[in-house]
Design a binder for this molecule. Structure first.
Ligand SMILES: Nc1ncnc2c1ncn2[C@@H]1O[C@H](COP(=O)(O)OP(=O)(O)OP(=O)(O)O)[C@@H](O)[C@H]1O
Ligand code: SF4
Ligand SMILES: [Mg+2]
Length: 381
């Protein structure tokens, strides 16, 4: 019998460096298309539990995501990242908008159609401790849903689970052990194996390493990248850790109070952050070179409540570049450079993007003729 605190005979967790990422290219149709997605939670009050307002957790998000790509989703705590991920998967019901998985309207499916689609769209949670049943052996945790959905014929099932475990860095003799016998990193491998066993195409990774010791985070990121290459997985990667997002993503969306305020290729958004919020957020990223310093932009004030967001641009109460128009008019989304979209009045001279989900998604770095708000010259207004 193994004691609760030990991690016996399991693969030792070693410190690992992040491996370089394989270059990606966009092919075919989007795996995920999200249009004007809104998820509002009712606020109830009084004995009669009357609805007195709504938390506008997701408030009109649009984007598309192609096969084998990773889109990073960043923003302060409470801006709606998890709710967006869950509503895309139809785990938290949307209020408005459309989610298409390979052209299929996820919210138009009936119960049995949704059940068939479920394995294809998976989620990996932040906390590998609470998301594993303590009473089931690991082999059962990984294989339970795969067996239910008949992912492979019964005679191939054991070999299949062994293979999945090996691909996730788990030994097949771990099958009969229980979650408490594993370290945090190995538990996250179990969660990943459970999702992978369902042969998914799209995976929401919701802060998959933030609960783990820094020394083993790279192992899990490397595993996610390896599995993406091997199985052509498409990821929505939610994280507070901008360095990890920069490493793993192809495109990045920045959320503020339920909206995507900026979207571009990873290279463009990190080289040319255009929205004043993105600029402030990215100014906090530490630079590894001690000879280079960056001025950190400290935003004044607190994040307004998503139950009562400010009118006009929702960021206007904290924006160092606020103009009169910002207080009353919601900025449209402008294409400030090829594939680089920004919802900010500073870019009013640029073309307006009418349908963000249909707008071209470009990878790599592109020429930018507009300057970010922190540069010496402002954008044309
Ligand atoms: N089930 C719910 N009922 C009511 N409000 C909710 C519910 N889930 C989330 N919210 C609210 O919606 C907003 C967005 O929450 P969400 O968890 O999506 O943010 P997040 O960006 O994932 O934050 P974090 O970075 O802290 O994980 C928050 O104000 C949160 O309190
Ligand atoms: S629209 Fe105005 S308030 Fe909003 S980010 Fe741009 S400059 Fe700032
Ligand atoms: Mg979250």
């Amino acid at each position: 019998m193994v004691s609760k605190t030990s991690t016996p005979n399991t693969t030792p967790e070693t410190r690992e460096e992040l491996r370089p990422r394989q270059p990606k290219s966009i092919t075919g149709e989007p795996v995920i298309e999200v249009r004007h997605l809104k998820t509002h939670f009712p606020i109830k009050d009084g004995v009669l539990q009357r609805v007195v307002g709504h938390v506008r957790a997701v408030d009109g998000v649009s984007f598309s995501l192609y096969r084998g790509m990773t889109m990073g989703l960043v923003g302060e705590s409470g801006c709606g990242k998890t709710t967006a991920g869950r509503s895309i998967l139809r785990l938290t019901p949307k209020t408005e908008g459309e989610v298409l998985f390979k052209g299929q309207d996820v919210y138009a499916l009936n119960r049995s159609e949704l059940r068939s689609l479920r394995p294809k769209m998976q989620i990996i949670f932040q906390d590998p401790y609470s998301s594993l049943s303590p009473r089931l052996p690991v082999g059962e945790i990984i294989g339970e849903a795969a067996r239910e959905h008949r992912i492979v014929p019964p005679e191939e099932f054991d070999d299949y689970i062994d293979r999945i475990m090996q691909n996730c860095g788990l030994q097949s003799y771990h099958r009969d052990r229980y979650p408490h016998e594993f370290s945090g990193g190995q538990r996250q491998r179990i969660c990943i194996a459970r999702a992978l066993a369902l042969n998914p195409e799209f995976v929401v990774c919701d802060e998959p390493v933030s609960a783990l010791d820094v020394s083993i985070q790279a192992q899990i990121i490397n595993l996610l990248m390896d599995l993406q290459d091997q199985y052509e997985l498409t990821y929505l990667f939610i994280s507070h850790d901008l360095s990890v997002v920069e490493h793993i993503s192809d495109t990045v969306g920045v959320m503020y109070l339920g909206d995507i305020v900026e979207f571009a290729s990873k290279e463009d958004i990190f080289a040319y952050p255009l929205h004043p919020y993105t600029e402030a957020l990215f100014s906090a990223i530490p630079i590894p070179d001690p000879d280079i310093s960056r001025d950190r932009i400290l935003l004044e004030g607190t994040v307004p409540s998503p139950a009562n967001p400010p009118p006009g641009c929702k960021f206007h109460t904290r924006c160092p570049r606020v103009k009169d128009i910002c207080r009353s008019q919601v900025p449209p989304v402008y294409e400030a450079a090829a594939g680089h979209r920004v919802a900010c009045h500073l870019y009013a001279g640029c073309p307006v993007v009418e349908d963000e989900a249909a707008a071209p998604v470009l990878l790599g770095e592109h020429e930018h003729n507009v300057k970010g708000p922190g540069s010496s010259a402002d954008a044309e207004t």
